[in-house]
Design a protein around this ligand. Structure first.
Ligand SMILES: *[C@@H]1O[C@H](CO)[C@@H](O)[C@H](O)[C@H]1NC(C)=O
Ligand SMILES: *[C@@H]1O[C@H](CO)[C@@H](O)[C@H](O)[C@H]1NC(C)=O
Ligand SMILES: *[C@@H]1O[C@H](CO)[C@@H](O)[C@H](O)[C@H]1NC(C)=O
Ligand SMILES: *[C@@H]1O[C@H](CO)[C@@H](O)[C@H](O)[C@H]1NC(C)=O
Ligand SMILES: *[C@@H]1O[C@H](CO)[C@@H](O)[C@H](O)[C@H]1NC(C)=O
Ligand SMILES: *[C@@H]1O[C@H](CO)[C@@H](O)[C@H](O)[C@H]1NC(C)=O
Length: 338
């Protein structure tokens, strides 16, 4: 009797074990079969873009000849910022292009507008977009340890390499910060008013495919100066519309489209023009807003309270005016940041 029970028990156990393995096997094979073959990454290629007025052909082999690293560099991060944990509140990311040598600018920004704060239900977070230089890398490491607000890539800082910051920042956004409701991107020598940006976003910036900034309408292509572009690279006399690189604002919903475009288009060696090409390829619309003062603005605390960005503000001056702008009693409805 007892023996029988034991035998039955063993048989049941074996059946159980067999069933268990069979299910695991099924689960495994099911799991394996649902893993999609990763979609082929679109390749960089020559493209032809039209903006309704002009047609632009970007010839990849010409770009590879004149700016090989811009086309081939694989984005590799040495430092990443502390992950943003905004809970349920929407995120406004402030992305600031900064050279390692600009230590005092970053200091002034962190003590004024580039702070982690909550404004009217929005989580505001700064990140500095940086690359390598011969000097100042030790202090950048100290800043990274203390503030955890630095994205550092392993390419070298340089005027044309700013386009790499653009392209690699889009890649980082696409994979790491999909929850950003809006992204402000700008220079490190500017005044920014996050409170007026948040107020604008809440009240006006509803379109997921509209980018806001100081619109440059078919600017002339320069053949001299630091902005010069050769006729072999770009034979046309005008650029498509683009937003001035000093500071502009775009919705998180546009990131994937822009990133996809950045995988395919030749990388243009001027970062704001490059972003214009990406926007055109991604079929996004650019909206001009006069509150992006990329050519500066005479100081008046009430005007600065309404401004989104004012270009060319050096560190000492920024700290001086910041307090005045916060304390000014103006008719506008933009509240100060504590
Ligand atoms: C692209 O540029 C290469 C030279 O770099 C040239 O041989 C080729 O004809 C160009 N293609 C087009 C479509 O313009
Ligand atoms: C970038 O990565 C691709 C694929 O892994 C590789 O073929 C290519 O050589 C890399 N480019 C550089 C400049 O390292
Ligand atoms: C851009 O970065 C690459 C990779 O670090 C470097 O080889 C190149 O010299 C840099 N360009 C400039 C203009 O600094
Ligand atoms: C971006 O590209 C990927 C892969 O090519 C594709 O699956 C995805 O739908 C694209 N996203 C958009 C918004 O076009
Ligand atoms: C671009 O977007 C507009 C609406 O904003 C749409 O009418 C048009 O079909 C789109 N074009 C392409 C090529 O996706
Ligand atoms: C500010 O508001 C007050 C009353 O609301 C008004 O009398 C004054 O003219 C306004 N000043 C400006 C500069 O708009």
């Amino acid at each position: 009797m007892r023996l029988r029970i034991v035998v039955y028990f063993h048989i049941l156990l074996s059946i159980g074990v067999i069933l268990l393995f069979a299910t695991i096997g099924l689960k495994l094979s099911a799991k394996m079969s649902v893993i999609p073959a990763s979609p082929p990454k679109p390749e960089r290629q020559s493209v032809t873009l039209e903006d309704g007025v002009y047609t632009y052909h970007l010839n990849l082999s010409q770009f590879q000849e004149e700016f090989p690293q811009l086309q081939s560099y694989n984005c590799s991060l040495l430092y990443t910022p502390q992950p943003v944990n905004g809970g349920t509140s929407p995120l406004l990311l402030l992305a600031i292009k900064s050279h390692p040598a600009s230590v005092s600018r970053r200091g002034a920004l962190r003590s004024t507008w580039a702070k982690s704060v909550d404004i009217m239900g929005y989580t505001v977070r700064p990140v500095f977009l940086m690359a390598l230089s011969d000097m100042h890398m030790e202090i950048v490491k100290l800043e990274k340890d203390e503030y955890k607000d630095i994205l550092l890539w392993d390419f070298t800082e340089g005027h044309h390499n700013l386009s790499l910051k653009e392209r690699c920042f889009l890649e980082w956004l696409n994979y790491n910060s999909p929850q950003a409701a809006f992204i402000f991107k700008g220079d490190d020598d500017v005044f920014v008013n996050p409170a007026s940006l948040v107020q604008f976003i809440k009240m006006r910036a509803t379109s997921p495919s509209t980018l806001h900034g100081a619109l440059q309408r078919h600017s002339v292509v320069l053949r001299y100066s630091k902005y010069q572009i050769s006729k072999t690279l770009f034979p046309y006399s005008k650029y498509p519309y683009f937003l001035s690189g000093g500071g502009f604002l775009f919705p998180g919903a546009a990131v994937q489209l822009l990133y996809n475009a950045s995988l395919q288009l030749p990388v243009f060696p001027l970062d704001d023009v490059y972003f214009g090409f990406l926007s055109l390829a991604a079929n996004l619309s650019l909206r001009h807003d006069s509150r992006f003062y990329v050519f500066g603005l005479r100081f008046d605390p009430c005007d600065y309270q309404q401004a989104f960005v004012v270009h060319r503000i050096e560190p000492d001056y920024l700290q001086k005016i910041w307090k005045l702008v916060q304390e000014a009693q103006c008719n506008g409805t933009v509240p100060a940041i504590k």
